[in-house]
Design a binder for this molecule. Structure first.
Ligand SMILES: CC(=O)NCCS(=O)(=O)O
Length: 351
């Protein structure tokens, strides 16, 4: 039985699950997102290259992926540290940092932030979506000193040449359709999870069939779906019946784009990105349908403009603004605590 059994693994070491407190299960504290750059609309090239300023904020909120500098969250370590101190003051305890190989994971920075702020930080093992896979990753097989072993080693011994250990596998990136290289990573994730008994978190492609397909691949490879989170449901599954069909598969159901309100979602123009009020309605619906033990929430901050330094909502938005909204829409204090404390605790504790 690995030493992690019954514990949560943070970048500073193992902790008791009860120490987690309120937990955002899907955030990024340092990463780059150049892989998702969207060329600006004709005529917007000047705005896309201008320094971030108040007068451009609305444009940036509507076009966050067309501004190259906005995609470099890794330049904002001091601002993120200030945000984490505010998050603690607002009652936050822990953050799952979902940056994996391909979007510039930086474990020493995470360790420094954890030490300096007192926030428990849990780091992610594994790989982001196909466009970020290296030739080496593509050539690797699932077994035999390859993908599975690398992921296991990132959890048991440390990642990126450090002794800093990851406490979850993911976010594991998948596109739509899921590519061959991504399928291999999913199978390796399931095999690593079987060895470790650890939590897993998946980034689905931007199609309503994507979450179910990713779960099927994990399941067929022996993954433990009850210890797996499906991220980004707020931009992926809209129809209530389809959501319930997916929920029956047994994963955690994560609404993790709180604070993101945009008219045109550039990665899938067919999607109407919900508002925060609509996200709260989705949570209330899932609770009424009996899924309160499976819900997780977060902001998935991954660009500069969402930091308070740039006029954004920051890491405390859920605790300060969304929780009161949940309570005002009939979600009870007990259910809120379940979503913020108990469900993350159950998910993050190694078997
Ligand atoms: C970092 C990351 O993958 N964020 C998700 C962005 S998306 O628009 O919901 O796919």
């Amino acid at each position: 039985m690995p030493e992690q059994s019954g514990k949560v693994q943070t970048v500073l070491g193992l902790i008791e699950p009860g120490q987690l407190g309120r937990t955002m299960t899907h955030e990024h504290l340092t990463m780059t997102f150049e892989c998702s750059h969207v060329p600006p609309a004709p005529g917007d090239e000047g705005l896309a290259a201008a320094p971030i300023e108040m007068k451009h904020l609305h444009w940036l909120q509507q076009n966050p992926y067309s501004h190259s500098e906005n995609l470099l969250l890794n330049q904002e370590i001091e601002a993120v540290k200030e945000e984490l101190l505010c998050y603690r003051k607002a009652g936050g305890g822990s953050i799952v940092e979902n940056t994996t190989t391909g979007i510039t994971r930086n474990l020493p920075v995470l360790r420094k932030l954890a030490k300096e702020t007192g926030v428990h930080i849990i780091a992610g093992a594994g790989y982001y979506v196909d466009v970020t896979h290296s030739d080496e990753t593509r050539k690797m097989t699932v077994e035999k000193v390859c993908l599975t072993d690398i992921i296991v080693s990132e959890v048991l011994h440390g990642a990126d040449g450090t002794d800093i250990r990851c406490g979850v596998i993911g976010e594991i990136g998948t596109s739509w359709p899921i590519t061959e290289s991504e399928k291999k990573v999913l199978r390796a994730t399931a095999h690593a999870q079987t060895q470790l008994g650890c939590p897993v978190i998946i980034h689905p492609g931007r199609n309503k069939a994507a979450p179910g397909e990713a779960i099927r691949i994990l399941q067929e490879a022996g993954g433990n779906i009850s210890k797996t989170v499906m991220s980004h449901l707020d931009r992926t599954l809209f129809d209530q019946q389809e959501l319930l069909e997916f929920a029956k598969m047994g994963s955690y159901l994560e609404y993790d784009l709180f604070g993101t309100e945009m008219l045109n979602y550039p990665f899938n123009l067919d999607v109407d990105m919900p508002s925060d009020s609509q996200r709260v309605q989705a949570l209330a619906f899932l609770i009424r349908e009996g899924y309160e033990d499976r819900i997780l929430i977060a902001h998935d901050i991954h660009t500069k403009h969402r930091l308070t330094k740039y006029g954004g909502h920051g890491f405390s938005h859920i605790l300060k603004n969304i929780v009161p909204k949940m309570l005002s829409r009939g979600i009870t204090q007990n259910q809120v605590e379940k979503i913020l404390i108990e469900n993350p605790k159950q998910w993050l504790t190694f078997k």
